[in-house]
Design a protein around this ligand. Structure first.
Ligand SMILES: Cc1ncc(COP(=O)(O)O)c(C=O)c1O
Length: 431
C-alpha cells in the first residue's frame, strides 16, 4: 500500500542560530528597500559612484593584465589562457600587485605571501572570523556602530560580537580595556577588535594619529589582534592618515582590504593581509594567511581569476595606485559631501541641538541624529512618501537595538544627484 508522502519541511530552530539574527537580515532588507525604490534619492549604502563605469574598460583591464603576464612574467599564450580560464592559486594570483598597491597608497609593507585575495572583503571577514573562533570562549570585540558585514560574518562563525564604545573620537580606549577585562573575567577570550580607522561605516569618523598609536599600544598590552577594515581611506581631502597596518611593528594588525570602492564592486575582489606567525604543535610555523587559505579553499576554492585580472588591469593602468585611479571619483565624493553638509546646515538652521550631524572630511558616510526614532518603519515611509533612502543606525549596532540616528553616505548616482537638493528631502527626515 502506498503511503501518503509530504513535502520535506524544516523548522527555523533546526537551522544555524545565526539565521535568526538581525545582522543577517540587515543587508537583504536594505538592498530590498533600495531595489523597490530605484528612483529614490539614495543616502542608503556604500555604493560607489556610477558615472565612470564603462564596459570598454573591462576589456582594457583584461588586455593590460594579459600583457603584464606576457611581458613582465614571461608567460606564453598557453600560460596566459590557463591563468584566466583555469582553477587558480587559492591565495590569489594578483598578490604581488596588491602588495605594490599597499606600498604605493598606504605605505604598508606587505609580504605578498601574507596576502589572501578573497571574494570581496566580506569573504576576508568570514575566513578571519572562522579561523579565530576556536571554541565557545572566543568573542570578537567591535567598535560600535559596527559594519553589519563583520557582525554577520562573526555570527556565521559562531563568534559573538561585543560592542566597544566609539565615543566622539572613534574608539573609547577605556571602554576597550574594560571590555577586554570583562570578557576575560567571564572566562572568555577576546580574539581581536574590529575597527575602521578611516571614515568608518557608518559613523564617518576617523581616528587621529595619536589615537592610532594608543590603540596599537593597548592592543599590544592586552595581546589582542586588531582587525583593520579600510575600504574608504583613500577618499580623503588631501589629509591622508597612516593605516594602523602602516604603523604596526608587532604584527598586531590583520588588514582587511576591499577593491569594491576603489576598483568596482561588481568584480567582488578583496583581500586580507595576515602576516601573523602560527606555531603548530610539531614546531612548524606558518603564516595566518596560509591557515586562512585552507578555509577559503573550502568556501570559494579561489577568487575568480577573471575578476582578479580586472582589478589587476586597473592597478597596472594607474601605476599601482588606487588613489591615482580614483582622482575624479574622490573629487565627486568630496563635492557631494560638501553639498550634503551645506544642505543640512541650510535646512536645519534653527534646529541647533535638536537635529545634529557630524562632519567627516571624506569617505562615504555622515550621521544625522534626530529627536525621534529613525527606524525601519520610518525608512519605509521616507522611501514611499518622499523617495529618499537612508540607513537606520540600529542595523549597525551589534546588539541590534534601535536609536534615533540614520547614516547617510555622501554618495549618489547621477540620477539621484540632481534630486538631492529637492525641497522634499529634508522633510522626510522629520517624518
Ligand atoms: C566597512 C566595510 N567593509 C567592507 C565592505 C564590503 O566590501 P566588499 O564589497 O569588498 O565585500 C563594505 C561595503 O560596504 C564596508 O562598508
Amino acid at each position: 500500500m502506498r503511503q501518503e508522502t509530504r513535502d520535506h519541511e524544516l523548522t527555523a530552530a533546526s537551522l544555524h542560530g545565526s539565521l535568526t539574527e538581525p545582522a543577517l537580515e540587515s543587508m537583504n532588507f536594505l538592498n530590498e528597500v533600495a531595489m523597490r525604490y530605484p528612483d529614490a534619492v539614495s543616502f542608503a549604502s556604500g555604493r560607489p559612484l556610477e558615472d565612470f563605469f564603462d564596459v570598454a574598460l573591462l576589456h582594457e583591464y583584461i588586455d593590460t593584465y594579459c600583457r603584464y603576464l606576457r611581458d613582465e612574467l614571461g608567460y606564453d599564450e598557453v600560460g596566459v589562457n590557463r591563468t584566466l580560464f583555469q582553477y587558480g592559486r587559492t591565495k590569489g594570483i594578483v598578490h604581488e600587485l596588491v602588495s605594490r598597491q599597499l606600498a604605493a597608497d598606504e605605505g604598508i609593507t606587505a609580504d605578498p605571501e601574507a596576502i589572501v585575495v578573497t571574494v570581496g572583503c566580506q569573504e576576508a571577514m568570514f575566513i578571519t572570523a572562522r579561523a579565530l573562533r576556536a571554541d565557545e570562549r572566543d568573542v570578537l570585540l567591535a567598535i560600535s556602530p559596527t559594519y553589519v558585514g563583520m557582525t554577520g560574518a562573526a555570527r556565521l562563525a559562531d563568534m559573538p560580537v561585543w560592542p566597544v564604545r566609539s565615543g566622539a573620537l572613534g574608539v573609547d580606549l577605556d571602554d576597550l580595556g574594560r571590555q577586554v577585562r570583562r570578557a576575560r573575567q567571564a572566562g572568555l577570550r577576546p580574539r581581536g577588535c574590529y575597527v575602521m580607522p578611516d571614515f568608518a561605516n557608518p559613523s564617518g569618523v576617523s581616528l587621529t594619529i595619536p589615537l592610532r598609536h594608543e590603540l596599537l599600544d593597548l592592543a599590544a598590552a592586552e595581546d589582542i589582534l586588531l582587525l583593520e577594515d579600510n575600504p574608504y581611506g583613500l577618499f580623503h581631502d588631501g589629509r591622508h592618515l597612516p593605516a594602523l597596518k602602516a604603523l604596526d611593528t608587532h604584527r598586531q594588525v590583520v588588514y582587511l582590504g576591499s577593491f569594491a570602492k576603489t576598483g568596482f564592486p561588481g568584480a567582488r575582489v578583496g583581500y586580507v593581509v595576515a602576516d601573523q606567525r602560527v606555531a603548530a604543535d610539531d614546531g612548524c610555523v606558518s603564516l595566518l594567511a596560509d591557515e586562512l587559505s585552507k578555509i577559503k579553499s573550502m568556501v570559494t576554492v579561489n577568487t575568480s581569476a577573471v575578476a582578479q585580472a580586472l582589478v589587476a588591469g586597473k592597478l597596472l593602468h594607474h601605476d599601482f595606485s588606487m588613489a591615482a585611479a580614483n582622482r575624479r571619483e574622490t573629487a565627486a565624493y568630496l563635492r557631494n559631501l560638501r553639498q550634503l553638509l551645506d544642505g543640512l546646515r541650510r535646512r536645519f538652521a534653527g534646529w541647533e541641538g535638536t537635529v545634529t550631524w557630524n562632519s567627516p572630511s571624506g569617505g562615504f558616510f555622515a550621521v544625522v541624529t534626530l529627536p525621534f526614532p529613525a527606524d525601519d518603519e520610518l525608512l519605509e515611509r521616507s522611501a514611499h512618501e518622499y523617495r529618499v533612502l537612508w540607513t537606520p543606525m540600529s542595523h549597525f549596532n551589534p546588539t541590534g537595538t534601535g536609536c534615533n540616528r540614520c547614516g547617510s553616505p555622501a554618495v549618489s548616482s547621477p540620477r539621484t544627484r540632481s534630486r538631492k537638493a529637492s525641497p522634499g528631502s529634508p522633510r522626510s527626515w522629520r517624518g
